[in-house]
Design a protein around this ligand. Structure first.
Ligand code: FAD
Length: 409
């Protein structure tokens, strides 16, 4: 999948980020610049301290982004090691051009994140000497009825006008290019060559490593459990290791954000949605070994991860009346059956392991939630990314940076 060792260049995509941020509603947040002293901070304070709560993909991306700003002291706190919660279960599929978002913040965040990943992955690999599996062969979406073909063709035209590519393939082209796909019900496919997939755990660990090299302090095994504050300014948080004071707090705690914000009397309701997935081993790649895109259809992803190994997932399961989500084995079987229906050779694969995770989904509002916690000037939310936290982490990190250090360019 190509040579990943390229020169570092953390500022190469800034212009693009600034573009979407300038035209984004995020800019309307009334955030005081961190480097101007607030009435609560002594003028002589040498460095401003930012505490990030949560070290999934979102917290780690924010930590790395902020670690490139001079004169910031940054601490990341997590009750677990990095990439354990939702991030540890994610498939890392980055659905940008192939998503139906075409304008506004939703499209800007997707497109700028995908673009940032092109430089971020080689940059992190060069800094940390770690390998981050990054599939640059695009996403192929299988379509089961002609019904929506005109919509896809229209989307392909829109993407063309946005300088992105999206190709609508007929069944003959699909068969020629992806012979592993064999299902009479598939009438056409949509190929998105610029979309990507990556390993979320490897990426999070690399972000932590790179941020650490830039001076960020990580405290794992520490829980933030109480927030003794009632004003619009929070000076300190209580943790299992005592109090921690800071100028800014960023809540990137995924599902844990509900409890933290409830303790601040500003509950942001984030509910879990379970996803189950599995890894199968075929022993050899499906179809053309030199063309291994993510294949997706009917909300099932077939993700090539190694020579002949595939991740398949994921289920989408909501809590029952008692607010529990016991993993439904039948649903996972259904996902595997669907994957086999698309690529029959997968029937010969052996299941290596299965896993599940909880996606953080904001209740009755769109995902993600990025901005100030209502009622507080120095608590920022970067949470509720639901099904797209890996995709949106770079844009989220940049948005948080702009809220802390506005007009940084
Ligand atoms: C099966 C599955 C497949 C997925 N596939 C994709 C995909 O293909 N593409 C994509 O973009 N997204 C995908 N997602 C969604 C993605 O995983 C999430 O959106 C993303 O991981 C959210 O990241 P996060 O950092 O906000 O949260 P998390 O990864 O959940 O991290 C939150 C962290 O906060 C910590 N924390 C919580 N409360 C506290 C506290 N009080 N004190 C200290 N620490 C605390 C937790 O320990 C945790 O480490 C998938 C999710 C699942 C479950």
């Amino acid at each position: 999948m190509g040579d990943r060792r390229q020169e570092t260049g953390d500022r190469r995509t800034r212009g693009n980020f600034n573009y979407w941020l300038r035209s984004s509603r995020l800019l309307t947040f009334d955030s005081a610049p961190l480097l101007s002293p607030s009435p609560h901070l002594p003028d002589e304070k040498p460095m401003s301290h930012v505490v990030i709560i949560g070290c999934g993909i979102v917290g780690a991306a924010i930590a790395y982004e902020l670690s490139q700003v001079k004169d910031l002291k940054i601490t990341v706190i997590d009750k677990q090691p990095p990439a354990q919660a939702s991030t540890g279960a994610a498939l890392g599929v980055l659905m940008g051009a192939i998503s139906h978002k075409i304008k506004g913040n939703a499209w800007r965040m997707r497109s700028s994140s995908i673009q940032r990943y092109e430089t971020l992955i080689p940059e992190l690999e060069a800094i940390t000497n770690r390998k981050i599996p990054f599939n640059r062969q695009g996403i192929l979406s299988l379509c089961l009825s002609e019904e929506k073909k005109a919509d896809w063709q229209k989307l392909a035209e829109i993407r063309f006008s946005q300088n992105w590519k999206l190709e609508v393939w007929d069944a003959a082209k699909l068969k020629a290019v992806c012979p592993q796909v064999s299902n009479d019900k598939i009438s056409y496919a949509v190929y998105s060559p610029q979309d990507r997939q990556l390993n979320p755990t490897a990426l999070t660990l690399a972000l932590v490593d790179a941020a650490q090299r830039n001076g960020v302090t990580f405290k794992f095994g520490v829980t933030v459990n109480k927030t003794p504050t009632s004003t619009n300014w929070c000076n300190e948080l209580e943790t299992t290791e005592g109090k921690i004071t800071a100028d800014w707090f960023v809540i990137a705690a995924g599902l844990g954000s509900s409890l933290l914000t409830a303790q601040l009397n500003q509950m942001i309701d984030i509910r879990p949605v379970l996803g189950q997935a599995l890894q199968v081993s075929l022993g050899h790649p499906l179809g053309d070994r030199n063309f291994q895109p993510v294949i997706t259809g009917d909300d099932v992803h077939i993700v090539p991860v190694d020579n002949g190994d595939y991740w398949i997932g994921a289920t989408v399961e909501f809590p029952n009346d008692r607010d529990e989500i016991p993993p439904d084995e039948e649903l996972l079987k259904k996902v595997l059956t669907q994957a086999i229906a698309f690529c029959p050779e997968l029937a010969q694969a052996t299941i290596n392991h299965t896993w599940s995770g909880l996606r953080p989904r904001p209740e009755k509002r769109p995902a993600p939630i990025i901005g100030k916690l209502p009622g507080f000037d120095n608590i920022l939310l970067a949470t509720g990314h639901y099904r797209n936290g890996v995709l949106l982490a770079p844009a989220t990190a940049y948005a948080i940076r702009e809220m802390i250090i506005p007009n940084d360019s």
